[in-house]
Write a protein that binds this ligand. Structure first.
Ligand SMILES: Cc1cc2nc3c(=O)[nH]c(=O)nc-3n(C[C@H](O)[C@H](O)[C@H](O)COP(=O)(O)OP(=O)(O)OC[C@H]3O[C@@H](n4cnc5c(N)ncnc54)[C@H](O)[C@@H]3O)c2cc1C
Length: 401
């Protein structure tokens, strides 16, 4: 017989939730109210410099509390919050539609450096990641290596104290604004493909790097092609051992796929959508609209329950694997279902993507941008097919096809 699971906050968690809510209410700068949680990334990648000062001030205030990276150790600038409290904080930030700061640096690079980085790397990079003084991008995918990442062909050949890098990356989000890249490159072409890769920290100002922007459907130069021509990277910038980069990259990807914040984000979007639909249909929502909203609400709650499983594993020191893939799979496909439902609710105006300047765009154009962004959700961070393979083989123990 299955036991029941209590998903309610404990007394301590409930006190923390109240504290976080009150603090956000007092400290979120007025200029950022209703920002939509797009934060630094949305501002930078879209080229909008609206509220940059307010954003910097918000970051400073969060950092003073250790709440930019709340679960990190205090000596690294975090607040050492238990994983569950970190989750609650994210829920409260999303509830207030407050910008959050994360991305490649905080989400993936710093945890990888904490696990595999040399002492000097932690000292040199982690503080700047936390403050946002330096930004990072992820140079993994190539034209012939996406789902099959171990097929990376970019070559790093040892030459004295350096490695010389030649090759190409693609879909590199934020490379045009990044100071540093985590780079996966082949150091032993003769070895089996998983065993000839190494993981480097590459200064994006190094001579020989060139970029070609790829404009996404939203109209943002979100990602790029990156070309390397005789780019010299010091050997000391290798993370972990030579030819063992695959295992370091796997750690980065585990962090990338632990997308437990998504349910938080979706709930906030849904609440906003409900408020907007009520405003747009003052005579009362149609039965069809009510049905669509309830269906989305149920699925957001399912995502939350799946995420809590991941959070509780993390809280007990386990590394989620196929469990994180289940969240990624369900949540990314839900994003597309939500975008379609929002589109039906919003009608033709929901296609408009203009920010505050377009008075016809519902929710400052967020519905339109959400719709366009959602297409990539089932591709970035590993496609739905790849997640299904992981769930089938590692979760259900099925044989490889
Ligand atoms: C918004 C966005 C941002 C991104 N940002 C970055 C970034 O910053 N850095 C970075 O390195 N990469 C980034 N990527 C790249 C991303 O990781 C890859 O697009 C993704 O891993 C898929 O690889 P691919 O595009 O080469 O497709 P492919 O691997 O060529 O896949 C093509 C199709 O074949 C299917 N397929 C492939 N293998 C299998 C299999 N074994 N079983 C069943 N079906 C399979 C796939 O599901 C897909 O439908 C980003 C992608 C997106 C969409």
């Amino acid at each position: 017989m299955l036991g029941s699971v209590n998903l309610r906050d404990t007394a301590e968690e409930s006190a923390f939730r109240a504290e976080a809510r009150a603090w956000i209410g007092t400290n979120l700068p007025a200029a950022l109210q209703g920002d939509g949680g797009e934060g630094e990334w949305g501002q930078l990648s879209s080229g909008h410099d609206r509220d940059k000062e307010a954003l910097a001030e918000w970051r400073r205030r969060l950092q003073t509390r250790g709440w930019v990276a709340p679960a990190w150790p205090r000596q690294l600038g975090g607040a050492q919050l238990p994983v569950m409290q970190q989750f609650i904080l994210k829920e409260e930030l999303a509830r207030a539609r407050a910008p959050r700061f994360g991305g490649v640096g905080i989400g993936w690079v710093a945890p990888t450096l904490m696990q595999y980085g040399a002492g000097w790397m932690k000292e040199r990079f982690i503080e700047n990641i936390l403050s946002g003084a330096e930004r990072w991008c992820q140079g993994f995918s190539e034209p012939g290596a996406g789902s099959d990442l171990a097929s990376v062909q970019t070559r790093a050949a040892r030459d004295g104290d350096d490695y010389v890098v030649n090759g190409q990356k693609i879909w590199t989000s934020g490379a045009h604004i990044a100071d540093w890249m985590i780079l996966l490159a082949r150091t032993d072409p003769a070895a089996p493909k998983h065993k000839g890769l190494s993981y480097f920290l590459l200064d994006m100002k190094t001579p020989g790097i060139s970029l070609s922007p790829l404009i996404n459907m939203v109209g943002n130069p979100g990602f790029n092609q990156v070309f390397f021509e005789d780019v010299r990277v010091p050997a000391r910038n290798m993370v972990g051992d030579e030819n063992r980069g695959w295992y370091v990259a796997a750690h980065t990807l585990d962090n990338e796929r632990s997308l437990v914040d998504l349910c938080v984000e979706y709930r906030a979007i849904l609440m906003e959508l409900i408020a907007w639909a009520q405003h747009a249909q003052p005579a009362g929502l149609t039965a069809e609209a009510r049905h669509a909203i309830v269906e989305m609400l149920i699925q957001v709650e399912v995502t939350r329950a799946l995420s809590l499983r991941v959070v509780s594993m993390q809280a007990s020191g386990k590394t989620p694997n196929y469990e994180a893939s289940i969240v990624k799979l369900f949540a990314s496909e839900l994003e597309q279902r939500m975008a379609t439902a929002a589109f039906h609710l919003g009608g033709l105006f929901a296609q408009l993507t203009g920010r505050g300047q377009d008075r016809w765009a519902p929710l400052m154009g967020r519905l339109g941008r959400f719709q366009l962004h959602s297409v990539a959700a089932t591709i970035g961070g590993g496609t739905s097919e790849v997640q299904r393979n992981i769930v089938a083989t590692r979760g259900l123990g099925m044989p490889r096809g």
